[in-house]
Design a protein around this ligand. Structure first.
Ligand code: HEC
Length: 207
């Protein structure tokens, strides 16, 4: 068969021109949402209204890349939070600012948001057995496996510690005390309050 030279010209030209992009013809885009954000982006501030006009694919009068918010400072969608805004922690709590050595302040200010129901105490016991039992022992006498070699682990039901209140216990769990390291990065505040309820039952054991 004789090759028709016409096709050698027509095919490459057809290929070349099928990729054009103008107005309502976006040309060939494999994943347009990757290039052109559909939602507002917080930091985009392309203020040139004609930017990307050559690949414009929608009906608005701006270029494809124009994306800014003329009503906000710096044309950004993201706004500076109102003055004195305080970021919450991941669990929705305000940051804990009572200094480590101010346990008396914690004892005065903090109250347990949880009641002393059986369920709370049972959950507190479970957490206690993960985080505290190694040093403080099953009944809080300071005789856990680690407590036996690490002398001076407080017993909950003896002397001064017998009378420390819920805020005090919460603070010690959060910030640590002496050789007891802090647990704030390991135990959620609500879980700490559950442990407090359980520790209080151990404080009430007879000596
Ligand atoms: C690494 C061992 C260790 C672990 C784990 C540990 N503690 Fe302690 N804890 C200690 C030591 C040691 C002390 C005594 C600190 C001191 O007075 O110097 C203490 C003291 C305490 C006190 C008494 C504070 C006071 O005012 O004297 C409480 C209450 C307490 N711990 C609760 C807990 C709870 C609840 C947990 C689990 C979340 C826990 N501890 C985990 C070692 C530990």
């Amino acid at each position: 068969m004789r090759l028709n030279h016409k096709y050698l010209i027509v095919f490459p030209l057809a290929l070349l021109f099928s990729c054009g992009a103008k107005n309502d013809n976006p040309g060939t885009e494999f994943s347009p949402n990757m290039y052109h954000a559909v939602p507002y982006e917080p930091l985009i501030q392309i203020t040139d209204e004609d930017a990307g006009a050559w690949v414009d694919s929608d009906d608005d009068s701006y270029g494809e890349y124009y994306s800014s918010n003329p009503h906000n400072p710096h044309n950004m969608n993201m706004r500076v939070p109102p003055a004195n805004t305080v970021k919450r922690t991941e669990s929705g709590w305000l940051p804990y600012h009572i200094p480590k050595d101010s346990v008396d302040m914690a004892a005065r200010l903090l109250t347990n948001p949880l009641d002393s129901s059986e369920q709370v105490i049972a959950q507190g016991k479970e957490l206690y057995e993960v985080f505290c039992i190694a040093c403080h022992g099953a009944t809080g006498k300071g005789d856990g496996l680690v407590g036996k070699v690490m002398l001076g682990v407080a017993a909950y039901n003896v002397g001064r510690v017998k009378d420390v209140n819920e805020g005090h216990i919460f603070h010690v769990i959060t910030m640590g005390k002496g050789r007891m390291y802090p647990h704030d990065s390991q135990i959620e505040p609500m879980d700490r309050w559950k442990i407090v309820r359980y520790v209080q039952t151990l404080q009430n054991q007879p000596e």
